[in-house]
Design a protein around this ligand. Structure first.
Ligand SMILES: NC(=O)c1ccc[n+]([C@@H]2O[C@H](COP(=O)([O-])OP(=O)(O)OC[C@H]3O[C@@H](n4cnc5c(N)ncnc54)[C@H](OP(=O)(O)O)[C@@H]3O)[C@@H](O)[C@H]2O)c1
Length: 243
């Protein structure tokens, strides 16, 4: 098992300029809030039709409207950013996820911290051990989504393949099943799905966002693909070891 708690913060937390790509979704809005709470300057990218979903932050953030796989939109949004938080979603059949990831990888300033979200179904080294239930769910969901042309999970896999192969300062945060609710604090993580600490398979969405934002300043997470779980879940309580 390789279960981690806490965060080894590096660098100065104030004065950071952070871009949130996919800011108008549920995860994105939590990330915007956490970033503002830390005093970061926030640039948000979201579809034009969704700008209104960021109204509560309107006077505190800069919004760059547009598709997240539009390279020109991303180029403008990430300019001068110290960190980029990207919600990877595989909508449609035209490479939305891989296009978004590629645009961020290509245009983020050299040395910027790049943190991407995805689910446990993504594997970095093939050593994750999935339950039959999770495998069946991913297969069924993937098939239905592809047949209905709503989403292409394989494209999220391709996006992550490109990130893993890149020499940027990336982290891919792999979320468990999510739920809403008050924060329980920073989730714990492990390198491999199947490790006992992750067995509860449940994280509050607000805490997924917290982990993403904390990863910006945690250099131990550079070139890691942490699979996360809520810190108050039974498996985390039983197996996480404090650092
Ligand atoms: N849902 C889960 O249980 C779960 C579990 C594990 C990991 N994750 C990961 O968590 C992250 C956030 O997922 P979420 O399910 O919680 O969703 P979310 O935060 O609500 O984000 C959904 C995103 O997709 C965008 N979107 C929706 N429909 C779209 C379309 N047709 N074309 C382009 N963009 C579209 C939304 O933009 P608008 O605001 O413009 O609609 C929003 O940015 C993802 O990386 C996902 O892989 C989710």
């Amino acid at each position: 098992m390789d279960a981690r708690e806490g965060s080894g913060r590096a660098g100065d937390r104030g004065g950071m300029r952070v871009c949130v790509v996919g800011a108008s979704g549920k995860l994105g809005r939590y990330m915007v809030r956490h970033a503002l709470d830390r005093g970061y300057e926030v640039v948000a990218v979201c579809r034009e039709r969704s700008v209104g979903k960021l109204a509560e932050f309107a006077d505190r953030i800069t919004v760059v409207p547009g598709a997240t796989d539009d390279r020109e939109v991303i180029r403008r949004a990430v300019a001068g950013c110290d960190g980029v938080l990207t919600v990877l979603v595989p909508w449609g059949m035209r490479g939305y996820s891989s296009g978004t990831a590629q645009a961020v990888l290509d245009h983020a300033p050299p040395g910027a911290r790049l943190v991407f979200s995805c689910g446990w179904h993504i594997t970095r080294d093939g050593k994750d051990r999935y339950t039959l239930g999770l495998r069946a769910f991913v297969k069924a969901f993937g098939l239905i989504a592809r047949l209905s042309r709503v989403a292409d999970i394989d494209d999220q896999v391709e996006a992550c393949r490109r990130i893993f192969a890149s020499d940027t300062r990336w982290t891919v945060v792999r979320g468990s099943d999510l739920e809403e609710g008050e924060s329980q604090g920073l989730p714990v993580w492990s390198r491999h799905v199947g490790d006992p600490v992750l067995a509860s398979n449940r994280t509050r969405r607000v805490d997924f966002a917290l982990f993403m934002v904390e990863a910006l300043t945690d250099d131990r997470l550079v070139h890691e693909a942490p699979a996360i779980v809520g810190r108050l879940t039974p498996s985390a309580r039983a197996h996480a070891r404090p650092e």
